[in-house]
Structures are given as structure tokens and as C-alpha cells.
Design a protein around this ligand. Structure first.
Ligand SMILES: *Cc1c(COP(=O)(O)O)cnc(C)c1O
Length: 398
């Protein structure tokens, strides 16, 4: 059996053609593919605006900047996430407070967040970064109410969940990143995620002023929009001897301290092509999840599993097991490369230096001691999945 990773990209001939066509076009960056990708992605998740950026971490950083995170401000997030969900707040000098997870869903525990907010003096917290971990959508309707009560913003880290949704109180599907509840949502196009661009990211929002600010911050804070220019026209024209009515063609203004967080045009072309297969990929992921659930449910060595849900986007399929290390190493000998998501962020040495310690978030720590992400990607064949399942059974003797 050839190596079976926990996740992998699939690049079709159509993807390759899309990239090579763009490489042969006039634009390698900031050409028409960027705007086209933003448009189809916004439509896919149901948001008004999308901003393509260099990667998911850049997306998070720009969100924290656009929401004006300031030194000393406090933001709540989950410890069971990729560190970037928390790091983006630190980039802006903000402080992270973690809240424990819900042991069943593995998501940020609403009640733990509520408790923190209710026990803190007013205005201690500025926002919440929620994470649709593994592809399971956070119930943002509930978090929105809580956030409004305490005057907080919400960033939805949807890196795991394009196409995932939750059902709101009106029985309506609310897709991850649709902007109905969170101010901003972000996605990653790292090869292991649903849509691969090599590197890449996207921010989605329904808020026009945040959209405009993000477009500026993505490109050094430089604007070419004459209606917002602040300097004098005559001066901009180099104190031209004739009187000028317009800013000269070359003129632009850096109005804020931004970054170069742009995506390239050929990556956007790849993203557009990949997005066309996203629904097919989701169907496949849900089928794989259903098979895992059926195979494992009720096993004595199993403490928990992602289960099988129509609304789940299944970036990961997680099981919680007895003797996780033994199973992980055994699977490696079988050429199956399971993975652990995640090492709790609060116990990374960097966050320990910020004062976090073992025992702070017992549910997250308990989850970490037994979780394992099994192979989950659209091109995982039936035969390969059966081999994974049989290998696990042979480790536990059934
Ligand atoms: C992948 C990921 C990121 C970061 O995305 P990059 O594109 O790798 O920078 C952030 N948050 C979560 C939950 C992720 O899975």
C-alpha cells in the first residue's frame, strides 16, 4: 500500500491548464483572476465581499488589524486550533484568553466563554475568535447574541469548513463564512485544506467599510482611489507650472501601515478551478465520515469520534482512543500517517510564557491526550479506507 497521509490535495489536468493559461497571460499578480476568485468564493459561502490574501495567517492578521486590535485588549479563543487563530491577536499587541472546549463537539464552549464574560468587568474583552474546528460549524447565532451583549466583535476562523453550516433558530442553513453573524471570516488554501492554492487565504464579510479597509491593508495601505486622497493635487503634480484639475496618473497614497499580503493571479486561477470541485469533494468527505462512524461506533477502545453529520465539512476526521501513541506508531508501520490536531495552543512554550499552564483547560488537555486525525480527503479510495479501518482493528484486536 502506498503511503496514506491524513490529508492531501488533488490537482487535476483542468487545474494545471488554468495555472498555465494564467502564467502565459499579462498578469502574474493582481490581475483579473484575483477579482474572479473573490467573486466566486463570496458566492460559494454566501457573503457579500471576499478579499484574497497570501495565506490564512495573513487573513487573520489583517482581520485583527481591521478590527483595530490594540495593545492590552483581550480576545477569547479556543486552545484546540492552529496557533495562528491566537497569534493574529498577538501580532497587534492584544492579549489572548483561552476558553475550554466542549468535550463532545471539540469546539469553543459557549458556556465557558459566557462565564468568562459575565465574571469580568465590562469592556475587558474586545472580541472572540471562533474556529469551525475539523469542519464542524460553530453556532454563531448564539455567539452573536453573547457578543452583542458584551460589545464584542467575532472573527470566524473557517479554515477547516468551506461548505460547512449550522442550522439557525429559523431552521435555516447558515454556511461558514457567510457573514451573517461574524464581522469577518477567514479561510486557508494550504494544500491540506479543502481548496489548494499552494499558499493562499480569503477573508469574507458583509461589512463594506471593513472590506474597503482590508483591501487597503492587503497592499501596504496604499490607495489609488482619488476620492480619498489627502494631499494637494498641485503638490502631487510636482508643483506643475500649469494649474491641474486632476491628480496625475502615477499618483497614489499610503494612508495606513499595511502589508504585502497579496495572492498571485496564477494561484487564484488554481483556486477558481479547485472551487468548482468543492461540492463534490464535500460529498466524498461526508461519505468517508459515515463509513468511519459505522465502523467504529461502540468499540470498547473508542472514547469519541467526529461522527457523521450532513452539515460537517470534514477537514479532519477525529477519533479519541485508548493508547493513542501506540496506535499512531502502529499505523506508521502500515504506511498510514495519522496526525494529531492540535497540541493545545495554551501549552505551547510561547503561550506558557504568557502565563498559561497545564490544568488551565482540562477538556482541551484531555482531548489532546487521546485524539487522532485519520486519513480524510476526497481521493482516499474505498480500498484505502478499508485498509485504514482494518489496520486500526488489528491494533486493538477488533
Ligand atoms: C491552516 C489554518 C490556519 C492558517 O492558514 P495558513 O494558510 O496555513 O496560514 C489558521 N487557522 C486554522 C484553523 C488552520 O487550520
Amino acid at each position: 500500500m502506498k503511503p496514506i497521509p491524513y490529508g492531501r490535495q488533488y490537482i487535476s489536468q483542468k487545474d494545471i491548464d488554468a495555472v498555465t493559461n494564467t502564467l502565459q497571460s499579462d498578469y502574474l499578480t493582481q490581475g483579473p483572476q484575483i477579482a474572479a476568485f473573490e467573486k466566486v468564493f463570496a458566492e460559494y459561502v454566501g457573503a457579500d465581499y471576499a478579499i484574497a490574501v497570501a495565506n490564512g495567517t495573513a487573513a487573520l492578521h489583517l482581520c485583527a488589524m481591521a478590527l483595530n486590535v490594540q495593545p492590552g485588549q483581550k480576545v477569547i479563543t479556543t486552545p484546540i486550533t492552529f496557533a495562528a487563530s491566537a497569534n493574529c491577536i498577538r501580532y497587534c499587541g492584544g492579549e489572548i484568553e483561552f476558553a475550554d472546549i466542549d468535550a463532545e463537539t471539540y469546539l469553543l464552549d459557549f458556556n465557558a466563554v459566557k462565564k468568562i464574560l459575565e465574571e469580568s468587568p465590562e469592556k475587558t474583552y474586545a472580541g472572540i475568535v471562533v474556529v469551525d474546528f475539523a469542519g464542524r460549524a460553530v453556532n454563531l447565532e448564539a455567539f452573536r447574541k453573547l457578543a452583542d451583549k458584551h460589545g464584542l466583535w467575532i472573527i470566524e476562523d473557517s479554515c477547516h469548513a468551506p461548505g460547512g453550516y449550522f442550522i439557525d433558530s429559523n431552521s435555516k442553513k447558515q454556511f461558514c463564512g457567510n457573514g451573517s453573524f461574524a464581522e469577518l471570516a477567514i479561510f486557508s488554501f494550504h494544500p491540506v485544506k479543502h481548496i489548494a492554492c499552494g499558499e493562499g487565504g480569503m477573508i469574507t464579510t458583509n461589512n463594506k467599510s471593513l472590506y474597503e479597509k482590508l483591501m487597503l491593508l492587503r497592499t501596504h495601505g496604499i490607495s489609488r482611489n482619488t476620492s480619498v486622497f489627502q494631499n494637494d493635487k498641485q503638490w502631487a503634480a510636482g508643483n506643475a507650472s500649469e494649474k491641474v484639475d486632476n491628480y496625475p496618473g502615477w499618483y497614489m497614497e499610503m494612508q495606513e501601515l499595511g502589508y504585502n499580503y497579496r495572492l498571485t493571479d496564477f494561484q487564484a486561477a488554481l483556486g477558481i478551478s479547485q472551487l468548482q470541485r468543492a461540492d463534490e469533494g464535500l460529498r466524498k468527505r461526508r461519505e468517508i465520515a459515515a463509513k468511519y462512524e459505522k465502523a467504529f461506533s461502540g468499540k470498547r477502545w473508542l472514547f469519541g469520534q467526529s461522527g457523521s453529520m450532513e452539515s460537517h465539512a470534514y477537514h479532519l476526521y477525529v477519533i479519541e482512543v485508548e493508547n493513542r501513541l501506540g496506535l499512531y506508531n502502529f499505523l506508521k508501520t502500515k504506511n498510514i500517517f495519522a496526525q494529531v490536531h492540535y497540541i493545545p495552543a495554551h501549552l505551547m512554550p510561547y503561550y506558557k510564557q504568557q502565563g498559561f499552564k497545564q490544568g488551565d483547560y482540562p477538556k482541551a488537555e484531555n482531548y489532546y491526550s487521546r485524539c487522532l486525525s485519520l486519513p480524510m480527503y476526497p481521493t482516499l479510495s474505498e480500498e484505502e479506507q478499508e485498509y485504514v479501518i482494518e489496520s486500526i482493528f488489528s491494533f486493538y484486536h477488533g
